[in-house]
Every structure is written in structure tokens, then in C-alpha cells.
Write a protein that binds this ligand. Sequence first.
Ligand SMILES: NC(=O)C1=CN([C@@H]2O[C@H](COP(=O)(O)OP(=O)(O)OC[C@H]3O[C@@H](n4cnc5c(N)ncnc54)[C@H](OP(=O)(O)O)[C@@H]3O)[C@@H](O)[C@H]2O)C=CC1
Ligand SMILES: O=C1OC[C@@H](O)[C@H](O)[C@H]1O
Length: 394
Amino acid sequence: MAERIRWGVLATGNVAVTFTKDLLVDPKTRGVDRLVHTVTAVASSSSAARAADFLKEVGAPEDAKAYGSYKELVNDPNVDIIYVSTPHSHHFQNVMLCLEAGKNVLCEKAFTVNAAQARTVVEKAREKNLFLMEAVWTRYFPLSMYVRDLITSGKLGNVTRVFADNSVALNPETTFADGTHRMVNPDLAGGALLDMGIYSLTWVFQCLYLTQPEAERKPPKVMSSMQKYEPTGVDESATILLTFPRGSQGDAHGVATTSMRVATNPDKKGTAGPGVRVQGDKGEVQIMPPIQRPTRTKLVLHNGLIEEKTWTPPGPGVGSGWRNGFGINLHPEGVGHGMFWEADEAGLALLEGRKESRLESLEESITIMEIMDEVRRQGGFTLPENIETTDYLI
Ligand SMILES: NC(=O)C1=CN([C@@H]2O[C@H](COP(=O)(O)OP(=O)(O)OC[C@H]3O[C@@H](n4cnc5c(N)ncnc54)[C@H](OP(=O)(O)O)[C@@H]3O)[C@@H](O)[C@H]2O)C=CC1
Ligand SMILES: O=C1OC[C@@H](O)[C@H](O)[C@H]1O
């Protein structure tokens, strides 16, 4: 008999809609029979009416509660785990609120705005013996598992280089002309690095760090360059060179790039080539963009083997559309978005009593935040003090 995971949703913006619709897809459609997800409550800081509209929009059960404040949500005894989907500027305060109230948490990326905040929430989760996970959904795709298996099985040989680019030409002066959108607004921790660069770093890390035996994982050295978006001072592009020490094997290099000025996928059809290249001495695997939700891979080996694969998330999922904040990206009917796989990992952890994800430990989330801190330091980019603080203000 499948066990029920009772979710609370904190904030009702774009990604919350997508995530919650995916959450409510029957897990059997993806071969999961140990659990079933349900939504028992949602909170909007705008109003209880907005929360009620959200519940209708996502097709939540009739008896789900709609709250007009996050505090009410974290105190609901019928919630096992809370999905935090505010802008990253607010993750630290919101995650602390949940943990202080004794709730398990799945928090959207970027986990926090800096490593000090990440360390603080991790300490709090451990002190309270609660589950905590950064919602980097890409890691949980079967496609990602395939790529990691190619690396650990030795099929690519010794993997010593990964290129990963996540860039979307957003035309920020026009798209975000008034400077208030979270992508460009420093008060909402705007900038390409924290929002999109995290996926480039995710690919580099899941290929060059997660695939190493735990005891041998070492943080990389960081060199980077950053370009600012003049109207608001956030970063519009970041280029990062990571050197992973590998002892006698020789170092491995990761090149992680991100930009809101140019595009990985200019025609949105993948014609321009891969967004990620994972290279070993026997060949490479390419991941076609968008790299946060990839559906196509190409394996190219030195021995002449070429293998292209398509990885469509099972449906019914969001079906008619995905609101990504910059417009609507349509998926065909019957195709899911793919956020359910990360929810399954969180749900299984609750059933098994685990306090962390198996595919991204809290130490790894902190290490990646440390790298983003260093990239911002090298680029001379700080966020407002009230966002960078580790003081819990609520
Ligand atoms: N995994 C993924 O694919 C994606 C992840 N994300 C991540 O999710 C987070 C949210 O992104 P997204 O949903 O696009 O953002 P939205 O702006 O669409 O939604 C954010 C929500 O947060 C709440 N909120 C609380 N305080 C504020 C504030 N001061 N300003 C704005 N909103 C506030 C609001 O909900 P309410 O009024 O109900 O409280 C708002 O609707 C980000 O951290 C982003 O990185 C985003 C897109 C895709
Ligand atoms: O996580 C994300 O993935 C999709 C993008 O559109 C969005 O900016 C980002 O937050």
C-alpha cells in the first residue's frame, strides 16, 4: 500500500504551479508505487484568496487549506514537508521559518544566496533532526542517471573535462525594463549566476564530483569572470573555470558558463548543439539544451559508436503549458515537466528516515554555494545586506 506524503506549498508563483501540478501526477506513471503525493495546504503572502486560486489552478484536493501567511502554513499539523518556492532572496528566512516550526523542507534553487546561509540552515535541520534538500530537479532525471552511469562505468574512459552552458538571451532591457523582475532585481537576489548558472555548476558537479567516491570528493579551485548588467548591477554573465584535484589521475576541468545576454539554444530547437559535453579519453556524451530540463543525449565514442537517445518525462503532467516566468513553453499533451522525480526522492527520504537527498548531499549544496560566493567575490558583486544576512529575522 502506497504511503501518503502530505505537502505544503510556500508561495504561489510560477514554479510553484509547475511543481505542484507535477506533484499531483500519479507516481505509478513513472514506476513509483511506494508513495503517493498529496497537497494538504498552500500559503500565499499576498492573500488567502490567492492561495485558494492556486489550489484550483493546480487541481489540489478539495480539502486542502489555503492560508494568507507562511506562518499559518508552517504550523499546520497536516503537513509533512514544505516546498519553498519564493525568490532566492527569501529562501534563508523562509527555510528557517519552516525548520523552526519542525517541518521538513524541499527548497528551490539557488538554495540560499551565500554559503554562510546554507551552513546555517543545514545546522538548523540537523539540530531539529529534519529532512532538508535543495530542489535541483535536473539531478533526479533518468537522463542524469544515464550520464552518471556512463561516467562511473568507465564507458567514456577517464573523464577529465565538462563544458556546461545555461544561457538564455533574455533581452533584459526590454523584458525587465522596470528592473523589478527577480532576474535583474538585487533585492530579489537577481542575476544570471544564482538563477541559471546553478544548472551549469550542477552538470559540472554531478559529472566530476558526485561520481567520485565520497572520501575522494574535493572542492575545486575557482577562476572566473563576470559581466554586470549596468541598469541594476546584478551579473548578466559569468564564466567559471573549475579545477578538481584528482591526485595521480590528474586534475579534471569544469567550464561552467551562464548568461542572460546570449543563448545556448538560440532557435529553441537544439540546432546550435549541445549545452553540456562530458569528455573522457574514450569519447563523450552530449546533453542537448535546455540543460535544466534536458530530453536528448548523444553518445559519441572514439571507436565510432554514436548513440542518440530521447528522454521524455512521462505524463500527464502539466500538459497544456509550463509558465516559466518569461512566457509559456508548451509541452505536448501527455508529457510531464519532470519535477516529480525530485519530489519522489524527498518523499522516499521521509519514508526511510533519511535527512538528505542521495543525489545531492547538503555538503555538496554548501560547496556549490561556496563556489558561487567566490565567483561573486572575484566579480565584485554583493547583494544587499538584508539578503546576505545569516540573522533569522522573523
Ligand atoms: N526548478 C525550476 O525549474 C525553477 C526554479 N525556480 C526558482 O523558484 C523560485 C521562485 O521562482 P518563480 O516561481 O519563477 O518566481 P515568481 O516571482 O513567479 O514567484 C515567487 C513567489 O514568491 C512569493 N514572494 C514572497 N515574497 C516575495 C517578494 N518580495 N517578491 C516576489 N515574490 C515574493 C510570491 O508568492 P505569494 O504571493 O504567494 O507569497 C511570488 O509569487 C526562485 O528561487 C527560482 O530560482 C524558478 C523557475 C523554475
Ligand atoms: O530554474 C529555472 O529554470 C527555468 C528558467 O526559466 C528559470 O529562470 C530558472 O529559475
